[in-house]
Design a protein around this ligand. Structure first.
Ligand code: TYD
Length: 152
């Protein structure tokens, strides 16, 4: 069977949160039912990331995620097994939606940056693919499954 490029990266996109501009300081808010395409089961955040460190380096079988640069900036490199794209996050009113089946790496953290993640599952190590070659094999099998059952 011919394996076509997956196109999963097309499903990754920036979500724009409302921003209430005020001379006392700006305010943004996130409503699960409006801006987040899944039920939020867990929130976690990365902070005090040393200069030059990278985080992530894994994919998820089921988990969906929105990543927000609550403070500072960093790059999120996304890879669907065929294509790669780097998103630069540097505004707290933008989020990056990452569906399941995407390898991600977070790099180039500015000092004092905070990476907030809203995710669709409680922590479950069995949902992680932490080896890139395992991820490639898994995504290829998923692709065959999708093509066979015409499912996205
Ligand atoms: P890890 O997945 O390596 O972090 P990242 O991918 O964001 O760089 O997680 C680091 C450790 O923290 C690992 O031992 C698992 C643990 N952890 C939890 O216990 N709960 C959580 O919600 C997360 C995200 C990680």
């Amino acid at each position: 069977m011919l394996i076509k490029p997956d196109g999963m990266l097309d499903r990754c996109h920036i979500v724009n949160f409302p921003k209430v501009t005020d001379f006392r300081g700006n305010l943004s808010f996130i409503e699960e039912s409006r801006q987040i395409p899944f039920q939020i089961k867990r929130v976690y955040y990365l902070y005090d990331v040393p200069s030059g460190a990278s985080r992530g380096g894994h994919a998820h079988r089921e988990l969906e995620q929105v990543v927000i640069a609550l403070s500072g900036s960093f790059d999120v490199i996304l890879d669907d097994g065929t294509n790669r794209h780097t998103f630069f996050l540097n505004r707290p009113h933008y989020g990056l939606y990452i569906p399941a089946g995407i390898w991600r790496e977070l790099e180039n953290f500015s000092s004092n940056s905070v990476a907030l993640s809203l995710v669709s599952q409680v922590y479950d190590e069995s949902d992680y693919l932490r080896d890139y070659e395992d991820f490639k094999r898994w995504i290829t099998n998923e692709q065959i499954w999708r093509e066979t059952f015409n499912h996205r």
